[in-house]
Design a protein. Structure first.
Length: 192
């Protein structure tokens, strides 16, 4: 029997930098798994517009009052996911820190989601997005229930996220993800 997800205690997930390719895949995963998802990004893009069309609230002005009320009112039930692209003087990030929110980097959240699961992490100088997309495509079309967090929009999937079929056991469903070019992303991985 699968143990509960380490993120199950967070019904609300707020992203600082939701429009990045890796961050948006995480946002989509949380949305698909029943969490209330919202976030900030600096710029309107086709990707942030797609997230909005999928039911994810995205705002573009850095102001604490733009953080959804549910996030502001439920600190202990909110996970904040942060991209390194957010500057230290960002008003919303400063307020969330001051209020004591659980703030994690994208790589840390990926580590939580892959904890105890078979993981295929693609690293290297060039070709990580292509290779991780190919691995996800092969698993998917071979009928292997799998999940993938990709570094680009896969033409075959039409997304940067592949979800396993409903009811797939989390502890045996492999997860494919593209490691970022920095070694920091390796830290949350546990070898099995």
């Amino acid at each position: 029997m699968s143990s509960p997800s380490p993120v199950a205690s967070f019904p609300h997930v707020f992203f600082l930098g939701i429009g990045g390719i890796g961050m948006s895949a995480l946002a989509r995963w949380f949305q698909a798994n029943g969490h209330s998802v919202s976030g900030y990004d600096k710029t309107v893009t086709p990707l942030t517009e797609a997230l909005t069309a999928e039911g994810i609230a995205v705002h573009y002005a850095d102001a604490v009052e733009n953080i959804p009320a549910a996030v502001r009112e439920h600190r202990s039930q909110t996970l904040v996911v942060l991209t390194p692209a957010i500057p230290k003087d960002h008003q919303e990030w400063a307020w969330l820190r001051e209020q004591g929110y659980d703030i994690r980097k994208r790589s840390q959240v990926l580590g939580l989601l892959t904890q105890g699961r078979p993981t295929i992490a693609v690293a290297g100088t060039h070709g990580k997005t292509t290779t991780s997309s190919m691995v996800a495509h092969l698993l998917h079309h071979a009928g292997v229930p799998s999940a993938a967090f990709l570094g680009g929009i896969s033409v075959n999937l039409g997304s940067n996220l592949l979800l396993p079929p409903p009811g797939s056991p989390a502890d045996t469903t492999p997860v494919v993800w593209k490691l970022m070019s920095t070694t920091v992303a390796f830290l949350p991985c546990t070898q099995r």
